[in-house]
Design a protein around this ligand. Structure first.
Ligand code: AMP
Length: 380
């Protein structure tokens, strides 16, 4: 493929390759199919959530370069369902088909240490942090309480340990199994927010309003949009997202998770180079969903409008809800202005994201009440 071919927009009818077949790929595939694109996915399972709604599947592990090359040879552009694809594999695919976001973006984001160094270099505020090769030295710099986080492959709080004043360092270190880690000061935040931003290959950007997130056991539990923050904090958050998208030379979608401190400062927590759980409510609440936006950005279409029709809330449905059998879907669907999304996963393990519910209402608090009520109705 020549450079001028790569700068050409890919219209409907083009084939998109997705690395990883989870729910993010699935929801992007649904958006892609609505617009007449074809989808082929690489995943270890032929029945993964994305494959169920795709035109084709290449069965293989995400670090299987040969399988990834096989996918690349059949598609016009490649994108990601997860950032846990080795950047070296992406670099191998780039001569075959454009990879958006590319290996360089992944190299910056995949390793928490490199990500934090990048954010420092471009002058963005973060919690005080230090590499934890020597955890005693790192603690002396960062202080307690702190959080030790593995550098790679950590998500939804996996590979994270909190270090309180009384925590015994030896046992913490052992529980990390010798993995490389960073240490980060614990932030006594007022709220957690996130921004999803898209950037196309002509540099055009589109950004959703900041949303507000609540986690339970380190896993996202609820999101409301818009976030309950002042306009000044929203402006800070948006400027941060724009700055990162530009500096990292993003093509595709990026989620920026941030802490709002009690003093009204905005600190970057972490980056994800893909659609984000906190953007799921854009499917029901916005003119263009984050999944269509990802598609537009990687295919060179103009970004779609991010207008939000009504305030909205999203609650995640984890596998725990299946503990006493199949949830009562009818009860949730009885509620007005509530929509159910399930990801086609057959094995409902505790903590596993199985689906979500979105509710729309005159204000975000009411939307959250409605979404939580719908979720409670599932197991009553
Ligand atoms: P992460 O995977 O780093 O986004 O962490 C998952 C969640 O853990 C975050 O969304 C926060 O709720 C919490 N968390 C992570 N790092 C910190 C921190 N430095 N201070 C306070 N809470 C944190």
């Amino acid at each position: 493929m020549t450079a001028s071919d790569r700068a050409r927009p890919l219209g409907p009818g083009a084939t998109i390759g997705v690395l990883g077949g989870g729910q993010l790929g699935r929801m992007m595939a649904v958006a892609a199919r609505q617009m007449g694109y074809r989808i082929i996915v690489l995943d270890p399972s032929a029945r993964c959530p994305t494959a169920q709604v795709s035109d084709g599947v290449v069965v293989g592990a995400l670090d299987d370069a040969q399988a990834a090359r096989h996918l690349a040879s059949q598609v016009d552009v490649i994108t990601l369902d997860t950032e846990h694809v080795p950047a070296d594999v992406l670099a191998e695919l780039e001569p075959i088909a454009p990879v958006r976001p590319n290996a360089s973006v992944l190299r910056t984001i995949q390793d928490r240490l490199v990500q934090k160094q990048f954010l420092d270099r471009i002058g963005l505020p973060q919690a005080n942090w230090a590499p934890a090769d020597d955890v005693h030295a790192a603690l002396a710099k960062v202080g307690r309480p702190a959080i030790l986080k593995v550098r790679r492959a950590g998500y939804d709080g996996k590979g994270q340990v909190r270090i309180d004043p009384e925590t015994d360092l030896g046992s913490v270190w052992q529980s990390m199994g010798g993995e490389l880690a960073i240490l980060e000061a614990f932030v006594d935040f007022q709220r957690e927010i996130s921004v999803v931003i898209a950037r196309g290959f002509d540099g055009a950007m589109a950004m959703y309003v900041p949303v507000e997130n609540q986690h339970r056991n380190h896993i996202l539990d609820t999101t409301i949009a818009p976030a309950r923050i002042t306009p000044a904090i929203a402006v800070k958050a948006e400027a941060i997202a724009r700055h990162i998208a530009q500096e990292i030379k993003l093509i595709g979608l990026l989620a920026v998770e941030m802490f709002v401190t009690r003093d009204g400062d905005v600190l970057v927590n972490e980056l994800a180079p893909r659609p984000h759980n906190s953007g799921h409510l854009t499917i029901d609440a916005c003119m263009t969903s984050q999944f269509e936006q990802q598609l537009r950005a990687i295919c060179g279409l103009p970004p779609g409008s991010v207008d939000q029709f009504r305030p909205a809330a999203m609650v995640n449905l984890l596998g725990d809800l299946w503990a006493a059998g199949e949830p009562d879907w009818m009860a949730a669907c009885l509620l007005p202005h509530v929509r159910l999304h399930l990801y086609g996963k057959s094995d409902a393990r505790p903590g596993r994201k199985m689906g979500h519910i979105t509710a729309l209402a005159p204000n975000a608090d009411e939307a959250l009440t409605m979404a939580v009520r719908a979720r409670s109705a599932l197991t009553r």
